[in-house]
Structures are given as structure tokens and as C-alpha cells.
Design a protein around this ligand. Structure first.
Ligand SMILES: [Zn+2]
Length: 279
């Protein structure tokens, strides 16, 4: 199993960091977690794309995590030679989001149906508003969802992908919480969104300090990883984007609380999920 960070950024536009999105390459295909700004550009760079995705998993419906849903929805429809509904898994509200996305695209859908004689079906998605538990199970691959805590954003989900004896957790935006702990128990890799509390407090803008109460800081994420003996912690959704030369500060804030491997995400970073060590 391989994890590819497609977008390591946040709502704040950055020339080097696309919006939050992570691709997990499994034995049954590519699973996409969130679809932030420029997700299909990043997919194109690693040989994936809207038509190839076996499932889109949304951790929550904050705009930065779903910015390019409309692009995936449209491109999957336009490039597929037969009807190919997009499988989408997400929290309650996901079905309404897909309906609204389709409504937004109504003029485009009309143009393309009128223009292409061989395209006589509409874009479609199969939506699963996920309850906690196993939500996908095929071959060696299993995806499990659990509630996270990003209040007042509700509901929100974290996901764990197991492929054979390897596993990765995609935390999404959350503070430390029991649901995330449940997913992390015995996992190999934890991909965690983080913010830098110290830097945000220095800036002191209320609109920015507000984000501290519903995101994990770097030490928060590190302590979660440490509690569960995770092998590798991947820090992503970096707020603020690390200034050049400050990467070590981020790593140091994690290694102060976590004895495993720490990785500071960059876009298109590929990480092999290694088999579990003997415990
Ligand atoms: Zn969020």
C-alpha cells in the first residue's frame, strides 16, 4: 500500500501546496481522501484521475476539503465511455452536497449532453453517508470510519484503510478524541492535519486564532501517534505553510512527543506503508 500526499495545504492559497487531499493506493485501486484545490492536477502527476478513483472519502464538508468535488464529478462523467457513477463516502450532508453540486453544474451538463451524441447519461454518484464501522470491504482492503471532533463542524469522520497486514489512518481535521484513538490502535501510519499553535498565537488575528480550538497542534498529533505506537506520523494541512528553512521546527515539535518516524508533507510525496513491526 502506498500513500501519496496530493495536497498538503490548507484554505490559505499557496503556490506550492494544493488543498487537502490524500491518495491511498491499494490492491483494489486508488482511494481518494478529500478533494481540495487542484486535486486533479495532482492526480495527473501520479497517473491517477477522476475515472480511476475507486472511492472518494470525505472527512467533512469544510470548503477546503471539497473545493474540487465539482471537477471530479464532471471529469469522471465526461471521460468515461460508459456510465461510471462516482462512489462517495462521507458524513451526513454528503448526499445533499452531491445534489447541490449537480444542480450547480446543470448548465454544463446540458451543454455536453446536447453536444456529444454518444453521451446520453447524466453524471452520477453513489453516496454513502457513513456510520461508524467498516464502510468498504473488498478483497484485501477494508475502510473503517469513526467519528472525530472538529466541533462546531458536525459530523466529521476519520478513516482507516487496511490492506492485508498494513494500515493507514487519515485523521482529517480533528482534535484528539476517542474516535481517532479507536482508528489509530495498532496502525502503521497516521496522516494528520495540523496547525502551528505558537505561530498562529504570534499573529494574533482573531479569525486565525479561532482555528486553534478545533484543530490538532503538532504536539497534539504527535501525542496521538505515540499513544498508539504508530510507526510513522505524517503532518499535513500545514497552517501556516512552513516558511523555507523552518521545516525542522515542525519536526522538532513532533519528535518531542513521538518516538516514531515523523514526515512533514509536501505535495506529491509518496510513502510506502511498511508492514507492522513485531510487538
Ligand atoms: Zn475543517
Amino acid at each position: 500500500m502506498q500513500v501519496i500526499i496530493l495536497g498538503s495545504g490548507s484554505p490559505l492559497p499557496d503556490p506550492a501546496r494544493a488543498g487537502p487531499s490524500t491518495l491511498v493506493r491499494t490492491a483494489v485501486g486508488d482511494l481518494l481522501f478529500d478533494c481540495g484545490r487542484a486535486v486533479l492536477m495532482r492526480c495527473a502527476a501520479v497517473g491517477s484521475g477522476a475515472g480511476a478513483i475507486r472511492g472518494l472519502y470525505l472527512t467533512h464538508l469544510h470548503s477546503d476539503h471539497i473545493t474540487d468535488l465539482n471537477d471530479i464529478f464532471t471529469m469522471r462523467w465526461v471521460i468515461s465511455l460508459v456510465p461510471n457513477p462516482l462512489p462517495v463516502f462521507g458524513p451526513v450532508g454528503t448526499a445533499a452536497l452531491l445534489q447541490a453540486t449537480e444542480a450547480m453544474l446543470e448548465p454544463d451538463i446540458g451543454y455536453r449532453l446536447a453536444h456529444h451524441d454518444d453521451l446520453h447519461w447524466r453524471p452520477a454518484a453513489t453516496v454513502t453517508e457513513a456510520d461508524p464501522g467498516v464502510i468498504f470491504d473488498e478483497g484485501t482492503v477494508r475502510v473503517t470510519a469513526a467519528p472525530t471532533d472538529h466541533a462546531p463542524v458536525r459530523p466529521t469522520l476519520g478513516f482507516r484503510v487496511d490492506d492485508g497486514d498494513r494500515s493507514v489512518v487519515i485523521a482529517g481535521d480533528t482534535v484528539p478524541c476517542p474516535g481517532l484513538d479507536e482508528l489509530c490502535a495498532g496502525t502503521d501510519m497516521l496522516v494528520h492535519t495540523v496547525v502551528r499553535r505558537d505561530l498562529i498565537e504570534q499573529v494574533g488575528l482573531p479569525r486565525l486564532t479561532d482555528v486553534l480550538d478545533y484543530h490538532s497542534s503538532v504536539p497534539d498529533a504527535a501525542r496521538t501517534a505515540q499513544r498508539h505506537g504508530v510507526q510513522a506520523l505524517v503532518l499535513t494541512h500545514l497552517v501556516p505553510a512552513p516558511a523555507p528553512g523552518t521545516e525542522q521546527e515542525w519536526l522538532d515539535q513532533a519528535t518531542a512527543h513521538f518516538t516514531g518516524e515523523v514526515v512533514l508533507a509536501t505535495d506529491l510525496l509518496k510513502l510506502d506503508v511498511t508492514p507492522p513491526r513485531r510487538r
